[in-house]
Design a binder for this molecule. Structure first.
Ligand SMILES: [Zn+2]
Length: 156
């Protein structure tokens, strides 16, 4: 966790313009970057569990009252759910990959999108991380900035 905050601090030093997108989760107070569309909001929940928990909670509340009125729909839905056998947590999500993604990947995606000023896809993040292994990207950038003569990253 400390290194997560260290990354955020060093990113903000290099890119103070990203400050408006850094938010505190209203539930757990963790810092995270959000999509530019949410820049003006202060009621956001983090993607490390709070957003998901809140969504589950309000979904449950909504469907409990709905299915109390329409008990037949509930039976039908349960049957469909059984037939499709969706892995829990994936239904209706913008998840293009077959496996559930760790929340940190979504956060990395937001951060990389902000840094590069474009929408970076989750697949791209997965490929990027697989290519670079566990080497932290910003640490490399800093090392290069102080000592190295190379300007361009090879291969990117
Ligand atoms: Zn949170």
């Amino acid at each position: 966790m400390r290194s997560y905050y260290a990354q955020i601090r060093s990113l903000l030093r290099e890119r103070p313009d990203l400050r408006p997108y850094l938010k505190h989760c209203r539930e757990c107070r963790i810092l995270f970057f959000t999509d530019p569309r949410n820049a003006g909001r202060d009621d956001l929940r983090c993607g490390f569990g709070c957003r998901e928990a809140h969504r589950r909670q309000s979904n449950t509340r909504r469907s409990v009252s709905y299915y109390r009125e329409h008990p037949d729909k509930k039976r039908l839905q349960n049957r469909n759910r059984y037939l499709r056998a969706i892995p829990p947590g994936l239904a209706g999500e913008e998840n293009p990959l077959s496996e559930p993604l760790p929340p940190i990947l979504r956060q990395v995606r937001v951060m990389v999108s902000l840094i590069e000023g474009r929408q970076v896809g989750l697949e791209e993040i997965v490929v990027l991380l697989a290519k670079k292994g566990r080497q932290p990207r910003m640490a490399r950038t800093r090392r290069r900035a102080y000592g190295g003569r190379r300007i361009r990253d090879r291969g990117s």
